[in-house]
Design a protein around this ligand. Structure first.
Ligand SMILES: Nc1ncnc2c1ncn2[C@@H]1O[C@H](COP(=O)(O)OP(=O)(O)OP(=O)(O)O)[C@@H](O)[C@H]1O
Length: 226
């Protein structure tokens, strides 16, 4: 479902004399449907960079990144938008809050974009908010004023709403209490059971051990300095 081959990435710092920072070289990885792969490695190894490349936020300097049959390294912006709508979800660490949009609409949006009717989308969104213990009184409010953990749960509800075949998770349990953390681990297990291919960064070692089938240490892709 997700396959990367020979991926390279270096950053050019244009505002600092064009300095090149090589971050990844010869990165390879395959994630099958129903599998969860955890990216590990020291701080600065390139875990977030690899996730952003997989989501199409950063363009790889070379190589192939297949999600389904789309090569993200070559895809144009329209193809990436379609891929994100139909195939690839991303639960980032922080919710990008749009003022005045109620939490329930934030969660339902990916479903509406897929053409699901408003009532069904809303029912599913409410079900997820309830499961993640967001108080009903907050559903119709913008998450702008929500606590860190509440925002993270709204973000998780949004990421899991559409049941994507491929899912990227960046620290999904980071600021959660034990009960909600347990719910999220269960949701990840259910996504695997419905054959989603998952790539995650989990600093929480116990969570990682519970959901990940394999670990890939990203430092093995650190370029050798000449
Ligand atoms: N936009 C950018 N411009 C320049 N350099 C960047 C950029 N993003 C990341 N880097 C560099 O790439 C390297 C890898 O960073 P990255 O955030 O991917 O590491 P990480 O493994 O996710 O670390 P952490 O566990 O601390 O989040 C770092 O040296 C960082 O400085």
């Amino acid at each position: 479902m997700i396959q990367i081959e020979n991926v390279r990435k270096s950053f050019t710092l244009h505002n600092q004399g064009g300095v090149e920072i090589p971050v990844l070289a010869d990165a390879e990885m395959t994630v099958m449907p129903g599998e969860c792969v955890a990216l590990t490695g020291a701080s600065g190894a390139g875990k977030s960079t690899l996730m952003r490349i997989l989501y199409g936020n950063y363009r790889a300097s070379g190589g192939r990144i297949l999600v389904g049959c789309v090569d993200i390294a070559q895809a144009d912006p329209q193809e990436i938008i379609r891929l994100r709508r139909e195939t690839l979800g991303f639960v980032s660490q922080f919710l990008r809050v749009v003022p005045r949009v109620p939490a329930v609409e934030v969660v339902a949006e990916p479903l509406l974009l897929r053409g699901i009717d408003e009532d069904s989308a809303r029912t599913r969104a409410e079900g997820l908010l309830e499961r993640l213990r967001i108080p009903v009184a907050l559903w119709s409010l913008s998450p702008t004023t929500f606590s860190g953990g509440e925002q993270q749960r709204v973000n998780i509800a949004r990421g899991f709403a559409a049941e994507y075949p491929a899912l990227l998770l960046d620290e999904p349990t980071a600021s959660l209490d034990p009960v909600n953390r347990e719910t999220v681990l269960q949701m990840i297990a259910e996504a695997k059971a419905r054959r989603a291919a998952i790539v995650g960064i989990f600093h929480d070692a116990e969570a990682r051990a519970r959901v990940a089938d394999r670990e890939i240490d990203v430092s093995r892709f650190t370029p050798v300095m000449q």
